[in-house]
Design a protein around this ligand. Structure first.
Ligand code: OOG
Ligand code: MG
Length: 255
């Protein structure tokens, strides 16, 4: 099979795994990171062809807690689409997922485009708002086990997310206490400083890494900066909330 057809076939396999909520084996193919992003792009194109819209970008593995949990030390990114958005206070239907886990995150709303090498001031100037968020990751690979190329091809495990009410862009999110709560009990706590020292550096890294793939952040995009803590498995009948000092929280119910 020609390489292009081979990559399209892997993209189809991962897309179908996501749609049918069925785990698949890790990729047998030895590919490099850039080829993995090509597969991710082909897989996202299938979603867009079905009418999903791009809502933004998620950064992954931006804290030591996440590096330890997944055994990967390089940052990765994926695309957020309209199908993944849960309304604040809404329901997450477990049947749509394989083995979903929740992560407390900080979201940025882009007011201006951002791509390439940018300063902290330029990044700040491009933001239109900041908010609490919960990302739901759901690796399509069996037992949530993957290499870096597997997880990138799999859109960096992104599967759902909720964003809280936006706060003004000059809200300093550099060192805020963050807690993920299940039924009102904290199950994961940390500081936003665990995200590369300041979540703004995740935005700066996003601009830089996206530019390498001819992409960038656009006005209206949401950027998830990555989890400060290890992800927590979701259980039916629970209520999941993120509480972040100085920001309004957000939540969903697992049904
Ligand atoms: C990879 C995605 C990591 C984060 O916030 O670090 C991620 C995974 O853990 O499956 O979303
Ligand atoms: Mg995440």
């Amino acid at each position: 099979m020609a390489l292009e057809a081979q990559l399209a076939a892997i993209a189809e396999r991962l897309d179908e795994a996501a749609v049918s909520a069925t785990a698949v084996d890790q990729l047998a193919e030895e590919i490099d990171v850039s080829t993995a992003y090509t597969i991710q792009k082909l897989s996202m194109a299938r979603r867009m062809a079905r009418g999903e819209r791009r809502l933004g970008i998620k950064m992954g593995v931006t804290s030591k807690a996440k590096m330890a949990q997944v055994g990967i030390s390089e940052m990765i990114w994926g695309v957020l689409t309209s199908n993944m958005l849960i309304s604040d206070g809404g329901n997450l239907n477990l049947s749509r997922f394989i083995h979903p886990r929740a992560e407390p995150e900080i979201a940025f709303l882009m007011g201006k485009p951002l791509s390439g090498a940018v300063t902290k001031l330029e990044a700040l100037d491009a933001i239109a708002g900041v908010a609490s968020a919960i990302e739901v990751i759901d690796s399509r690979f069996r037992n949530f086990k993957f290499r870096i190329t597997d997880v990138i091809a799999d859109n960096s495990s992104s599967s759902a997310f909720v964003v809280g009410p936006w706060s003004p862009p000059d809200t300093d999110v550099g060192n805020l206490a963050m807690a993920l709560e299940v039924n009102g009990q904290p199950v994961g706590t940390g500081s936003s400083a665990a995200i590369l020292g300041h979540p703004l550096y995740s935005l700066i890294e996003a601009a830089s890494i996206l530019a390498r793939y001819g992409e960038g952040l656009k006005p209206g995009d949401i950027l998830l900066s990555g989890s400060a803590t290890a992800a927590e498995p979701l259980r039916r009948g629970t209520s999941v909330r993120v509480v972040i000092e100085g920001l309004k929280g957000c939540s969903f119910a697992v049904v």
